[in-house]
Write a protein that binds this ligand. Structure first.
Ligand code: PMP
Ligand code: GLU
Length: 397
């Protein structure tokens, strides 16, 4: 049967695939340690769960406005004002089924066939596929290790063309955990102005920042940046709400209207219960969030300490999010039980078989010399996982 050529070009999400595989093995009784998907191991805070139960009991179980209930969009506007110094009206906000759908809406709303979107390498696994789904062309920009894999204007100038429509920015970054400074963001905003580009700024890890750093939204840097930026955010990571599927976008009324119109035909509103839970998440106590962030920072520090003592590897020191990219290139060409490790995919398959450790191969993010370890999991699990990684590396000859 002749199925969609476009669909055939879309690669499945490796992050989700490997995480599902690890869960499957665990359910089969195998003692797997997963450094897979970036999913907080914490339960959603109690006050949020209670708000959801209340919403169900009060019969708030019907369709809502496509873009989300007004209370939630007002709460999101207030969050932008307080956290980012950004002023939006509720009709500039679209609440979607995860930040993933917000990104999909954004690309569908702005791209015409053949329009190019600049995406930095390493990138989060879904960006190129979402661009392709919208008939756009992902254009990868290589970044330097010396600059923590953040792009500079010099890098961007090399890839910009007449067809460039948008530029993707993800700070704090998945998978590197790098954060762009205000000065770097200012230069990117100037670059976008010079070439009249839309900035798609994925800020989903904004609250997961360590060492006393502060998140800056590029949209807040000037009137011009505000107009040309689509801010993407969501509650999955910072509120431990991955399964609730709550993401949102903020941008000009014109773009928001298009995004809402697209969504109205694809999924309508996000589920009503999640919306009431999200209102509580954003307006209720933030105490449990603070505790989670402190815990992530502790885990990051523990991982760094341990990685510093493992021979033959290096890593990118993360300032935010909950991932560490570990360079394993030094082990390429070595073998274990007759299998030669030549790529990050070989490595991740082999370590799962040999040591029951799930890691994401760097190739998912365009960097084949690395594996990504998520530390959104308990210290005990991290400790055991790192023991096994050390053990595995010793066995590679
Ligand atoms: N952006 C980035 C950078 C991510 O890591 C994720 C993780 N899934 C998402 C967007 C999407 O998150 P969600 O759809 O769960 O809101
Ligand atoms: N964003 C998370 C990750 O990178 C969750 C999985 C996914 O949505 O791809 O692991």
């Amino acid at each position: 049967m002749d199925l969609s050529n476009k669909a055939k070009q879309i690669n499945p999400s490796l992050t989700l695939e490997i995480t599902a595989k690890a869960k499957e093995l665990k359910e089969a009784g195998i003692d797997v340690v997963s450094f897979g998907a970036g999913e907080p191991d914490f339960n959603t805070p109690e006050n949020i769960i209670k708000a959801a139960i209340r919403a169900m009991e009060e019969g708030k179980t019907k369709y809502t406005a496509t873009s989300g209930i007004l209370d939630l969009r007002n709460a999101i506007c207030e969050k932008f004002k307080v956290d980012n110094g950004l002023l939006y009206k509720p009709n500039q906000i679209v609440v979607s089924t995860g930040a993933k759908q917000s990104l999909a809406n954004a690309f569908l709303a702005i791209l015409n066939k053949g329009d190019e979107v600049i995406i930095p390498v390493p990138y989060w696994v879904s960006y190129p596929e979402l661009v392709k789904l919208s008939d756009g062309v992902p254009i990868f920009v290589n970044t330097l290790k010396e600059n923590d894999y953040k792009y500079t204007i010099k890098d961007l100038e090399k890839v910009v063309t007449k067809k460039t429509k948008a530029i993707l920015l993800n700070s704090p970054n998945n998978p590197t955990g790098s954060i762009y400074t205000k000065e770097e963001l200012r230069e990117i905003a100037e670059f976008a102005k010079k070439y009249d580009l839309i900035i798609v700024s994925d800020e989903i890890y904004e609250k997961l920042i360590y060492d006393g750093n502060k998140h800056i939204s590029i949209a807040s840097l000037s009137e011009d940046a505000y107009k040309r930026t689509i801010v993407i955010n969501g509650l999955s990571k910072s509120y431990a709400m991955t399964g609730w599927r709550i993401g949102y976008s903020a941008c000009s009324e014109e773009m928001s209207k298009l995004m809402s119109s697209i969504q109205s035909h694809v999924t309508s509103n996000i589920n009503s219960i999640s919306q009431y839970a999200a209102v509580e998440a954003l307006t209720g106590t933030q105490e449990s969030i603070k505790i989670m962030i402190q815990e992530f920072e502790k885990r990051r520090n523990y991982m760094i300490d341990r990685l510093n003592n493992i021979e033959g590897i290096s890593y990118i020191r993360p300032s935010g999010a909950f991932y560490i990219m570990v360079c394993i290139e030094g082990f390429y060409g070595k073998n274990i039980n007759g299998n030669i490790i030549k790529s990050s995919l070989d490595f991740s398959k082999s370590i799962l078989e040999e040591e029951n450790v799930a890691v994401i191969p760097g190739i998912a993010f365009g960097l084949d010399e690395y594996i990504r370890l998520s530390y959104a999991t308990s210290i005990n699990v991290i400790e055991e996982g790192l023991n096994r990684i050390e053990n595995y590396l010793r066995k590679l000859k």
